[in-house]
Design a binder for this molecule. Structure first.
Ligand SMILES: Cc1cc2nc3c(=O)[nH]c(=O)nc-3n(C[C@H](O)[C@H](O)[C@H](O)COP(=O)(O)OP(=O)(O)OC[C@H]3O[C@@H](n4cnc5c(N)ncnc54)[C@H](O)[C@@H]3O)c2cc1C
Length: 368
């Protein structure tokens, strides 16, 4: 942190009152600033983030534009009633349409190469297959689409095909949204970590000692929220992902789910392969806001790639990384007023590509 006294000229920069300050420049936070500024072009909007880029989940995810696999629905049914699951599917489906419409498919490399949940356990497959009429009814009710889930086989596995699921490039998604915000005149401060938030006076203290004030504040810090608001129930969940070097003869070029959404893999441009997840394999250790690789999980995924998916011999990892998700007890995100003019929008529970923009837009409606 650089220490320096404030100049006369800098007062105009610091001592101004914003109409909206958003804490967190991930997909949710930047969607809030975008829709607010579109609605109120003359209002002053500032987005703060502790990272040089957003550093949470939005630029570190797997790029699935998805609304739920059959075994994910089965797991959800154990903790939530049907109407809430249908409501969340509707939000995910609508959210994806909004994201694509707002940013443009070409700008975010959106594509639909074919999606499948694959099964190695016949018993689980039979149970999922039995419930397909229910899940298809949900999709019809939520999104008006027919026969989304269908029994099939894929690459020698029993599988369920998932119509309308796609994938995108998260880096390009965030870059496009950032440029749109810049064009509207939204201000950004990077490496500006909020240390303290006084919700009553709507003032924000940054880790460099600067204090900011705003008419409205939206907290969009997802998994890191409990560091600012202690009584909010969002648990962090670290996710591990890798992308391989190009693989000649790669047969996994679509988008795939396995085991209630805990494992996910897909083809990436130029015959590369992405594999991630398996948080469930060491769940306590992965309940953390610290970035980093859990070698147990990495080795488990390597084994999965070799012995289950049977990637061609000689393949190599190009890049590996982790990101942090924020989970609510029921997996439904939180959008709620904390005090007059202060809103929380967080807890995207691993589904933020579909939900983040929609939720950001809804937050703006709450503000005005
Ligand atoms: C490995 C992984 C794979 C995933 N795969 C998918 C997928 O395929 N499909 C899907 O739909 N979703 C996926 N997700 C989930 C999705 O990425 C998230 O739900 C979504 O990005 C959440 O967006 P957000 O803006 O709410 O949070 P984030 O992107 O986490 O943004 C929060 C921001 O707040 C900032 N911040 C935190 N504290 C402070 C502070 N005190 N001061 C200033 N700034 C602060 C952080 O730096 C961060 O940039 C995945 C997530 C991970 C980690």
């Amino acid at each position: 942190m650089i220490k320096a006294e404030r100049s006369f000229w800098e007062k105009v920069l610091y001592d101004q009152k914003y109409d909206l300050i958003v804490i967190g420049a991930g997909l949710t936070g930047q969607s809030v600033s975008y829709f607010f500024k579109k609605k109120h072009p003359n209002k002053k909007v500032l987005v703060l983030d502790r990272g040089f880029f957003p550093i949470g989940a939005s630029t570190r995810n797997a790029g699935f534009a998805c609304f739920g696999s059959p075994t994910e629905h089965m797991a959800d049914l154990k903790i939530e009633e049907e109407s809430r699951i249908i409501d969340r599917i509707r939000k995910r489906f609508d959210g994806l349409q909004l994201l694509r419409y707002t940013l443009g498919d070409d700008n975010i490399d959106y594509r639909e190469p074919g999606a499948y949940e694959i099964f190695t356990d016949v018993g689980i497959y039979d149970k999922a297959a039995e419930q397909l009429p229910i899940f298809n009814r949900w999709l019809k009710e939520a999104a008006g689409v027919d026969n989304v889930y269908q029994k099939t086989t894929h690459n020698g596995f029993k599988a369920i095909g998932i119509k309308h699921e796609g994938c995108l490039h998260p880096g390009k998604m965030m870059r496009t949204l950032y440029r749109k915000n810049m064009r509207l005149g939204v201000e950004f401060r990077w490496q500006a970590k909020v240390e303290k938030l006084d919700t009553a006076s709507r003032s924000i203290l940054l880790d460099n000692g600067i204090e900011l004030h705003s008419e409205n504040i939206v907290i969009a810090t997802n998994s890191f929220t409990s560091k600012l608001l202690s009584d909010i129930e969002i648990k962090p969940g670290r996710g591990f992902v890798f992308v391989t070097k190009p693989i000649f003869d790669l047969k996994w070029t679509g988008t795939y789910h396995f085991d209630a959404g805990y494992y996910y893999f897909r083809g990436v441009d130029n015959n590369r392969f992405l594999l991630g997840g398996a948080r469930s394999y060491d769940i306590d250790v992965e309940t953390t806001t610290e970035f980093g690789t859990n070698e147990r999980i990495k080795n488990h995924l390597l084994k999965f790639a070799n012995s289950v998916l049977k990637l061609p011999a000689g393949w190599e990892i190009d890049t590996e990384w982790s990101g942090i998700m924020g989970f609510t007890p029921t997996k439904s995100p939180i959008l709620k007023s904390i005090s007059d003019g202060v809103l929380l929008v967080a807890g995207l529970s691993g589904m933020g590509i579909a939900l983040g923009m929609q939720l950001g837009k809804e937050a703006v409606e709450e503000l005005t």
